[in-house]
Design a protein. Structure first.
Length: 251
């Protein structure tokens, strides 16, 4: 397995409120999470850090009880992801409730567990997971945003969404309410497949087809860490208006 991740403050922000983590449990089991925080001068930074740490701690505990997720069903692993999001949401909400300066903070979350040739995905908010296989790129996660709702209801097109005045409005995040609903997905991770987890600081500037082209060059044109750097440079080269995080996993 190959894996690498980078987070960057971008060109316009003073603080990086993105956070991520990658964990390799065994030769064919890998997990990663990306969070994009929001809420005040320090709130977003705290929210993303608390969410990442709590989420990964839940996975670590589960994997300790079920080493390498061996023998666990697809439903079991998806339930594990859902429980980890619930724990992260509770931790962020509790942290905010205990400090008035952090009131209202929250974070997006997208995560993946790769077990052999299966990928288990969870997301809340508009951080994304793309799957790149056989020269094609597919967005596995589903944005929880106003423009995505408008797309789903057929009121605007994908192209119109890119320039919509309220394209940054998120409809579901971790930590702002006592409970949160997460979306869960199961995908194939056959050899040669790449998963890209990223915050909207990347996707607001770099098109999916460009992400695919950069990632598909891993091995021949660039290393996996160079691919992550190229993605970050691409977003910064087009303004870098937000924090940028890119994580690449490969079987």
């Amino acid at each position: 397995m190959l894996f690498y991740g980078i987070t960057d403050v971008g060109r316009r922000r003073e603080m990086n409120q993105d956070d991520f983590a990658i964990r390799k449990y065994s030769y064919d089991v890998l997990a990663a999470v990306v969070c994009d925080g929001m809420g005040g001068a320090n709130g977003g930074n705290v929210a993303s850090r608390v969410a990442v740490e709590t989420f990964m701690a839940q996975l670590d505990e589960y994997e300790h009880e079920h080493p390498s997720f061996f023998g666990e069903s697809e439903e079991d692993i998806l339930d594990c992801l859902s429980a980890a999001v619930t724990a992260a949401n509770r931790a962020v909400y509790k942290t905010a409730a205990g400090d008035s300066s952090l009131s209202g903070m929250g974070t997006t979350l997208v995560a993946c567990i790769v077990v052999g040739e299966k990928g288990y995905v969870v997301n809340v908010g508009d951080s994304r997971l793309y799957l790149i296989a056989d020269g094609e790129i597919e967005q596995v996660s589903h944005d929880h945003s106003l423009v995505q709702d408008l797309i789903d209801f057929g009121q605007i097109t994908l192209e119109e969404a890119k320039h919509h005045s309220r394209r940054n409005v998120i409809t579901r995040v971790v930590g702002t309410q006592k409970t949160v609903a997460a979306d869960l997905f199961l995908c194939e991770m056959k050899p040669g497949t790449y998963a890209v987890l990223c915050s909207d600081g990347l996707t607001n500037h770099v098109e999916p087809e460009e992400i695919s082209e950069i990632v598909r060059g891993i091995g021949e044109e660039r290393s996996i860490d160079e691919a992550c750097g190229t993605l970050i440079d691409g977003a910064n080269g087009r303004g870098g208006y937000d924090n940028i995080t890119a994580v690449i996993l490969s079987v």
